[in-house]
Design a binder for this molecule. Sequence first.
Ligand code: ADP
Length: 358
Amino acid sequence: TKFVKGAKERKELYNKVLELKGNIRVFCRCRPLNSEEIAAGDSMAIDFESAKDGELTVISNGAPKKTFKFDAVFGPQAEQSDVFQDTAPFATSVLDGFNVCIFAYGQTGTGKTFTMEGTKENRGVNFRTLEELFRIINERKKFCRYEISVSALEVYNEQIRDLLVSGSQQSMMTKRLEVRQVGEGMHHIPGLVEAHVNDMKEVWEVLQTGSNARAVGSTNANEHSSRSHCLHCVMVKGENLLNGECTKSKLWLVDLAGSERVAKTDVLGERLKETQNINRSLSALGDVISALATKSPHIPFRNSKLTHLLQDSLGGDSKTLMFVQISPNENDLGETLCSLNFASRVRGIELGPAKKQI
Ligand code: ADP
């Protein structure tokens, strides 16, 4: 608590962090109906009346069908700043030496990229979390020193691509990048670019470089991004100047591939392989989380590149935040229920006691 000084709200925030210990959090966010859906007269399938209590009710044919409870529910009117207010405690945790993984899950078009990346006018969790890190670093500068670096990568068809290396080098790098174990539970990707950042201007440049690189080499940028996982890894080295203690922690910010089920009979060739890889990695993520929940002696981290990469930030004393993104449209009800059920399964999970702290 010695890091938290003054303002009442800082204290409240810190209390929230304490409550977060050892737990996974699931926030549900629903996008608004878009102008085409409104023009088509599509109806809303979600009732947000109890959103402030973390509840939402799915409505089908005008009748309530099922109620879900999450740690927070953000309806179509929620702003990026509202969402970030509840996400900010995770930034404090990273600087306290915990590994954190924040990921967005859901059907394509439900706002995963909007929540994580956001837009220039309406920045998302990635930018805001880094901004919060720098704000706290400044607040702690008399007794702590921190170094921050950022990597940006993509997992497409079970291959890791470095988004911070330029065009011609990318395909060469893609072939080489593999996750290696470097210590108990700790993982590293040899050769991956880690950009050292000193301020938000540098952060913005790195995030932009990564974002621009995603579209390179694909004929349809939107389709490509919905079929690949986009990951940012923020590495934090901290030194407490009062007692010389050092910490190393990692923050993963993950925009997952679309979770929609594609009938295998509908796709062929390269597209079928893509679909199988997406299904495999998302179900591997679900399997890892449920193995952690049941305290299974074997956690199947190695079943996909995604879970292998996130291994040291899922389970143990790390903290996890999942955004389950949904559409309000009654036409999407099938996918919405799948996502909400997946998220409910994830929420039942204790990730074990937290211990690390400077
Ligand atoms: P996904 O990444 O899940 O495929 P996107 O983030 O691309 O979805 O969102 C699809 C569209 O909906 C985008 O045009 C985005 O700007 C818009 N959108 C998503 N969520 C919201 C929101 N909460 N408020 C306003 N617009 C949103």
